[in-house]
Design a protein around this ligand. Structure first.
Ligand SMILES: NC(=O)c1ccc[n+]([C@@H]2O[C@H](COP(=O)([O-])OP(=O)(O)OC[C@H]3O[C@@H](n4cnc5c(N)ncnc54)[C@H](O)[C@@H]3O)[C@@H](O)[C@H]2O)c1
Length: 240
C-alpha cells in the first residue's frame, strides 16, 4: 500500500507511466503528479485517476521547466516521497547514420531529464529522511543495434542508480532501476512489424510485456515492502 505517500511519475500521459499511476492509485496513493510534455495526455490520465491526480506540463529535457514543475508540485502537495523517472524517447538509427540531433535528443531526455528531476527533489527527500527513486532503464542497456544513443542512456542510469543508492541509503532513500524488455506501448509500436514478430518469437513467454506488468514491479519498489532493496537493476522481460 502507498497510503500517505506523494508520487511523481514523469511521462505518465501514456504507456508504462500511465499504467503505473493506475496501480499507485489502486494502492491508495495520497497524491500523484502526472507529468508529461503532452499536457492533453497528462490531463486524460489524471481525469481517469480522479482527484488524487495532478496533471503537470513539463518537458523533462529542459532544466527550467523541471524546476517550475517541481515548484508547482511542492506547492500542491508539500513534499514528494516517490519519484519515478519514466519519461523516455527513442531516436533509432544505425550508428554511422545517427545524427548529432538524434544523439542529443535522447541524452537530454533519458539522462539529463533524470538528473534534473532527481536533483530537484533529492534535498527534500534527505530532509524528510524518506525517498523512493525508480529509474526506467531497459534491457537495451546491454546493447541493441540501431540504439547506440538509447542504450548509452539506459546503461548510464545503472551507474547513476548504483552510486546514488550508496550515497542515499543513510537517509532512508532507496534508488533502483527497472529494466523492461519489449513492452507493448506507443514507444514499441514504432518498431517494424517483422522486428516485433522476431522479438515475440525469441521471448521465452512468446509475447511482449504489458505496461501493467512493469508497473507492478515499480509499485513494489515504491512501497515499504522493498525497504532494504536498493542499488539494483531489475530486468522485467519474461526471462529473455
Ligand atoms: N516500451 C518498451 O518496450 C520499453 C522497453 C524498455 C524500457 N522502456 C522505457 O520505459 C519508459 C516508458 O516507456 P513507454 O514504452 O511507456 O513509452 P511511451 O512512448 O508509451 O510513453 C512515454 C511518455 O513519456 C512522454 N515523454 C516523452 N518525452 C518527454 C519529455 N521530454 N518530457 C516529458 N514527457 C515526455 C511521452 O509524451 C509519453 O506520454 C521509457 O523510459 C522507456 O525508455 C520501454
Amino acid at each position: 500500500m502507498l497510503s500517505n505517500k506523494i508520487a511523481v511519475i514523469t511521462g505518465s500521459g501514456s504507456g508504462i507511466g500511465a499504467a503505473t499511476a493506475e496501480i499507485f492509485v489502486r494502492e491508495n496513493i495520497a497524491g500523484i503528479a502526472i507529468v508529461d510534455y503532452n499536457y492533453e495526455a497528462a490531463c486524460a490520465t489524471a481525469e481517469k485517476l480522479g482527484p488524487v491526480a495532478f496533471p503537470v506540463k513539463c518537458d523533462v529535457s529542459k532544466a527550467d521547466q523541471v524546476q517550475a514543475a517541481i515548484d508547482q508540485i511542492l506547492a500542491k502537495f508539500g513534499r514528494v516521497d516517490i519519484l519515478v523517472n519514466n519519461a523516455g524517447i527513442t531516436r533509432d538509427a544505425i550508428f554511422h547514420k545517427m545524427t548529432l540531433e538524434q544523439w542529443e535528443q535522447v541524452i537530454n531526455t533519458n539522462l539529463n531529464g533524470v538528473f534534473y528531476w532527481t536533483h530537484g527533489l533529492y534535498k527534500q527527500m534527505r530532509d524528510n529522511e524518506y525517498g523512493r527513486i525508480i529509474n526506467l532503464s531497459s534491457t537495451a542497456a546491454r546493447g541493441n543495434p540501431g540504439q547506440c544513443n538509447y542504450s548509452a542512456t539506459k546503461a548510464a542510469l545503472i551507474g547513476f542508480t548504483n552510486t546514488l543508492a550508496k550515497e542515499a541509503g543513510r537517509k532512508n532513500i532507496t534508488v533502483n532501476c527497472v529494466a523492461p524488455g519489449a513492452t507493448w506501448t506507443d514507444m514499441y509500436s514504432k518498431v517494424p512489424e517483422e522486428v516485433r514478430q522476431a522479438m515475440i518469437a525469441g521471448n521465452p513467454m512468446n509475447r511482449l510485456g504489458k505496461p501493467s506488468e512493469i508497473g507492478e514491479v515499480i509499485a513494489f519498489l515504491a512501497s515499504e515492502r522493498s525497504s532494504f532493496l536498493s542499488g539494483q537493476w531489475i530486468p522485467v522481460n519474461g526471462g529473455k
